[in-house]
Design a protein around this ligand. Structure first.
Ligand code: NAD
Length: 486
């Protein structure tokens, strides 16, 4: 049985029909598992989104939340087949595929609650008989550009919030995972049908390569561009969006580190390090790429990790015993070979796929490749003797996404989390760098792009703030005591 035979019933169950010139290849064996038609009318999608916005912005937010509640129900019902499609199309192991769909469900639940909590402030006015307040209004059409490694969840992070905030969404998924996007759109259509009176053009998807994304980013009608992918992509998108004064939310590459201090619980640390470094075959933006270990425990920890890395089951991601599936394609394998050199070990798992054993590479200094994000499972190990030196190493790369410290020393942990500690958007204690929950704001600083998605007050990016001052008196006092009388 070919992978296409595997995919067919899943696609049918998920309601995906149609085909076109954009082929989808499974990283499991490199074979084609389906295809979609690339979009030829991005401008038309933007016009439809703009028309939908005129209606959707007037729908009360809790009612908008009802659509997201229905979407969550559809995702719950389709969790297993959608997760299987994630495994087939992007190569995630079964557990991680299920986890990714669960993350979609979680953000829907979060957004439903949020739909009744889009709070503004009441502000004390300095003028008598005046009142000030701020309101949050819907922003406009949101373009969501996503990467191959989270083919469904990143859309949901954005779409669930955008919908309750009153914004239509146009999705440009990765050209490497178009079928996952088709499946999610089919589920969204089911939710829209049950909802009843949502405007056409509220949820759209434009398939294609970077040129389709470029057209979307440049369109004047798109009020917010939320783009997840490489820093290279962010560098191209950023100036275009800034040039037309639209809003930008960037979630770009990471080069995440963990510090392991002398007091660390090494049994806990080694498990966390293994998951963060090897999970998703090192293809997460939050993947652990640098380990900064205290001299006094480095030999012991490296020894333990070498044993673990050698034992980890690399193979077909559909097998339940597999912990590390394939790299996305040959290009990813070449990039890893260049970065890891002799440390690369290819595993012959399934013909046609690129399977590698996670690599542990000890380095004397943080330079060259260590400072870059290679999207593959390579963990560089550096040593330190003093915590300030370790924090400096953590911060001395151009990316600023996620970071961790393993320590049982409260003062060390607090120092790492303080203003002079980690400079990343995410800083953890005694857990790894990857595997965030949707309740917190997700994103990072510096070349990671500065955007925040998902929990906390990230919803504000999808709305416009309006400050109101209301005079209930008969006088017209001016602010700052300015006199302007005739
Ligand atoms: P990529 O940058 O190659 O592609 C991402 C998306 O951007 C794709 O849909 C692609 O078609 C589109 N794109 C590329 N150039 C464009 C342009 N000029 N204009 C508009 N759209 C364009 O990334 P990838 O290989 O799919 O994903 C891996 C990268 O994504 C890694 O760097 C990873 O760290 C990053 N990532 C970041 C996060 C995060 O939240 N920070 C999450 C997932 C992935």
């Amino acid at each position: 049985m070919t992978l296409a035979d595997d995919a067919r019933p899943i696609l049918k169950q998920l309601g995906v029909t149609g085909s076109g010139s954009l082929e989808s290849r499974s990283p499991i064996d490199g074979s084609v598992i389906g295809s979609v038609a690339p979009s030829t009318d991005v401008a038309g999608a933007c016009a439809a989104a703009q028309a939908a916005f005129r209606d959707w912005r007037n729908v009360p937010a809790p009612r908008r939340g009802e659509l997201v509640r229905l979407l969550g129900e559809e995702l719950r019902a389709a969790k297993e087949p959608l997760a299987r499609l994630v495994t087939l199309e992007c190569g995630k192991i079964v557990q991680e595929g299920l986890g990714e769909v669960q993350e979609m469900i979680d953000i829907c639940d979060f957004a439903v609650g949020l739909s009744r909590q889009l709070y503004g402030l009441t502000i004390a006015s300095e003028r008598p008989e005046h009142r000030m307040m701020e309101q949050w209004h819907p922003l406009g059409p949101v373009a969501v550009i996503t990467a191959f490694n989270f083919p469904v969840a990143v859309w949901a992070w954005n779409a669930a919030l955008a919908l309750v905030c009153g914004d239509p969404v146009i999705w440009k998924p990765s050209e490497k995972t178009p079928l996952c996007a088709e499946a999610v759109m089919a589920l969204a259509r089911r939710a829209l049908t049950r909802f009843g009176d949502a405007p056409d053009g509220l949820l759209q998807c434009v398939q294609g390569r970077a040129d389709v994304g470029e057209a979307l980013v440049a369109d004047q009608r798109v009020a917010l561009v939320s783009a997840t992918g490489s820093t290279r992509m962010g560098r191209a998108v950023g100036p275009v969006v800034a040039g037309r004064f639209a809003r930008l939310l960037l979630e770009l590459g990471g080069n995440n580190a963990a510090i392991v201090a002398p007091s660390a619980d090494l049994t806990l640390a080694e498990r966390a390090i293994l998951f963060s470094a090897a999970g998703t075959a090192g293809q997460r933006c939050t993947t652990l790429r640098r380990l900064i270990v205290h001299d006094s425990i480095a030999d012991e920890l490296v020894g333990r990790l070498k044993t673990l890395f050698a034992q980890v089951r690399v193979g077909d991601p559909r097998d339940l015993g597999t912990l590390v599936g394939p790299l996305i394609d040959e290009q990813a394998f070449d990039a890893m070979r260049q970065a890891a050199g002799a440390a690369i070990e290819r595993v012959e798992a399934v013909d046609g796929g690129f399977y590698v054993r996670p690599a542990l590479v000890e380095v004397g200094a943080q330079e060259g490749r260590v400072c870059e994000e290679t999207f593959a499972p390579i963990l560089y190990v550096l040593r330190y003797s003093d915590l300030d030196e370790a924090i400096d190493l953590n911060n001395a790369v151009s990316q600023g996404l996620s970071s961790s410290i393993f320590t049982n020393d409260l003062r060390e942990a607090e120092r790492f989390l303080s203003a002079c500690g980690s400079d990343c958007g995410i800083a953890n204690v005694n857990i790894g760098s990857s595997g965030a929950e949707i309740g917190g704001a997700f994103g990072g600083e510096k070349e990671t792009g500065g955007g925040r998605e998902s929990g906390s007050d990230s919803w504000r990016a999808y709305m416009r703030r309006q400050t109101n001052t209301i005079n209930r008196g008969n006088e017209l006092p001016l602010a700052q005591g300015v006199k302007f009388d005739i």
